[in-house]
Ligand binder design. Structure first.
Ligand code: HEC
Length: 141
C-alpha cells in the first residue's frame, strides 16, 4: 500500500511538472507561427522600409545593423545575410533561421556578438511585416 501511494504521488508530481513545462513552452511560442507567414505575398520593398524605420516604437533594425560588411558596433553587418542564413543553425532553412533571429534573438548568437538585440519585435511587427522583412533579408547577399 505504502509503495503504491508513493508511486501515485510521484506520478502526480511528474504530471504537475509536465503540465508546468508545457505551459512554459507554449507561453514562449511566438504569437505568429512560421507556418502562418505567406512568403508568396511578401514584399521585399516594404521589408526594406521596415528595416530602416522604427515600427510601433521598436527600434529600427538599421540602428544596430549595417549592410556594408563592417559592424556598426552593436550588431553584425547583414550585408551577406542571404548567403549565410541557411547555414547558421543545422536543420534550419534560411527563412526559419531569420524568423527565429527576429523573434527570439537570444536563441542563437552570431559568433563574437552579445545578446543585445531588441527582443520585443513580436509586439511591434504584424504577420505581413515579418514576411516582408524576411523576404527583404533574403535579398541581402
Ligand atoms: C539593439 C540592437 C539591435 C537591433 C535594434 C536589431 N538587432 Fe539584430 N542583432 C543584434 C545583435 C547584437 C546581433 C548579434 C547577436 C545575435 O545573434 O543575436 C543581431 C543578430 C541578428 C541576426 C542574425 C544575423 C546573422 O548573421 O546570423 C539577424 C537576422 C538580425 N539580427 C536581424 C534583425 C532585424 C531584422 C532587426 C529589426 C527588425 C534587428 N535585427 C534589430 C542587434 C540588434
Amino acid at each position: 500500500m505504502k509503495s503504491l501511494l508513493c508511486g501515485s504521488r510521484r506520478f502526480l508530481v511528474f504530471a504537475l511538472f509536465s503540465a508546468l513545462l508545457l505551459s512554459a513552452c507554449s507561453a514562449d511560442a511566438p504569437r505568429v507561427a512560421l507556418a502562418d507567414l505567406d512568403f508568396s505575398l511578401a514584399d521585399p520593398g516594404s521589408g526594406e522600409k521596415l528595416f530602416n524605420q522604427s515600427n510601433n516604437e521598436s527600434p529600427a533594425c538599421s540602428a544596430c545593423h549595417s549592410l556594408t560588411g563592417e559592424s556598426s558596433g552593436i550588431g553584425n553587418s547583414l550585408g551577406d545575410l542571404a548567403a549565410v542564413a541557411g547555414a547558421r543553425v543545422k536543420g534550419q532553412s534560411a527563412e526559419e533561421y531569420l524568423y527565429w533571429s527576429i523573434l527570439r534573438p537570444g536563441q542563437h548568437l552570431v559568433t563574437g556578438y552579445a545578446n543585445l538585440m531588441y527582443s520585443r519585435y513580436e509586439d511591434s511587427l504584424e504577420r505581413a511585416d515579418l514576411a516582408d522583412l524576411i523576404a527583404y533579408l533574403l535579398t541581402l547577399d
